[in-house]
Design a protein around this ligand. Structure first.
Ligand SMILES: NC(=O)c1ccc[n+]([C@@H]2O[C@H](COP(=O)([O-])OP(=O)(O)OC[C@H]3O[C@@H](n4cnc5c(N)ncnc54)[C@H](OP(=O)(O)O)[C@@H]3O)[C@@H](O)[C@H]2O)c1
Length: 250
């Protein structure tokens, strides 16, 4: 790679990082918040057929929640359980969310896709519809997965992501997720944005780091989807991170 090309890439990567920082949620100084006191019992899981979504469904059932799995194609979810219901729908179709969301105490989102090079705004548009339906039907708590590398965690997915993966493969995906974060933070539901590091399918470890200082500007931090699901479900009954965006990594 010529020196000029490298320089252009570095400048573009820095510009994108600034855009993701400004575009995503930045905490500012928010007073500690408390949420509603009732323990949620019925939860709707968006992205239930995905790799983290399946962990969420399994672990939520283990914890005793009544779970509705929101899925574009319910036949993809082969799990059966007396406390598991399935709602067919698409986050880009507000009517399907209007039908699925009422009657739940909380919504959890592990929405994602792999159309990295299409001009997709699935995260932001889908989340706009989710929040509108939640507000209309007075569903209070929303726990949503985004990623390290957004808002005040910009840069914290490490050099390989900052310089290559995000600028070359995922700029549209990350800009969409930054907009998703901003929409959530502007809403008046009880929201928690969870920003994991790079995900894998490893087992759940006992020790996991969470908070605003998670991640590294140099190397890529990782965490398993099993740990992510565990942490996300903890947020349904804890106000520790209410209206904030903790990072999460081993
Ligand atoms: N992969 C990583 O290293 C990484 C790192 C940090 C954060 N994250 C974030 O963590 C989250 C979960 O990641 P993952 O790898 O577990 O995701 P995944 O396996 O790709 O699953 C994504 C889920 O979203 C669903 N979905 C996509 N478009 C939809 C739509 N229009 N309406 C309804 N559902 C839709 C998919 O349904 P179908 O089964 O129908 O496609 C699938 O169930 C994502 O937000 C991702 O950005 C990932």
């Amino acid at each position: 790679m010529s020196l000029n090309l490298l320089l252009v890439l570095v400048l573009y990567a820095i510009g994108l990082m600034v855009a993701l920082r400004v575009g995503g949620h930045r905490s500012g100084s928010i007073a500690p918040a408390t949420g509603s006191r009732n323990r949620p019992e019925r939860i709707l899981i968006i992205g239930a057929t995905g790799r983290t979504g399946r962990q969420l469904v399994t672990q939520a059932l283990e914890r005793g929640f009544a779970v509705t799995a929101f899925a574009r194609d319910p036949s993809q979810l082969e799990m059966r359980h007396p406390r598991l219901a399935i709602a067919q729908g698409n986050v880009l179709d507000p009517a399907s969310l209007e039908a699925a969301i009422p009657g739940h105490d909380a919504v959890v989102s592990a929405l994602g896709h792999k159309r990295y090079f299409s001009l997709s705004s699935t995260h932001a548009e889908g989340t706009r519809h989710i929040l509108a339906a939640m507000q209309r039907h007075k569903v209070r708590r929303f726990v949503c997965l985004t990623s390290l590398g957004l808002g005040d965690s910009a840069g914290r997915l490490g050099m390989p992501y900052n310089l290559f993966v995000i600028p070359l493969l995922l700029p549209i995906y990350f800009l969409d997720k930054a907009r998703q974060e901003r929409l959530i933070a502007k809403s008046d539901v009880e929201w928690i944005i969870v920003r994991p590091g790079s995900l894998n399918n490893g087992v759940k470890r006992d020790r996991v780091n969470s908070g605003s200082r998670v991640g590294s500007y140099l190397w890529t931090v990782r965490v398993s989807r099993a740990n992510v699901a565990d942490f996300v479900l903890n947020q349904l009954t804890s106000d520790a991170y209410l209206r904030s965006a903790p990072g999460l990594a081993w």
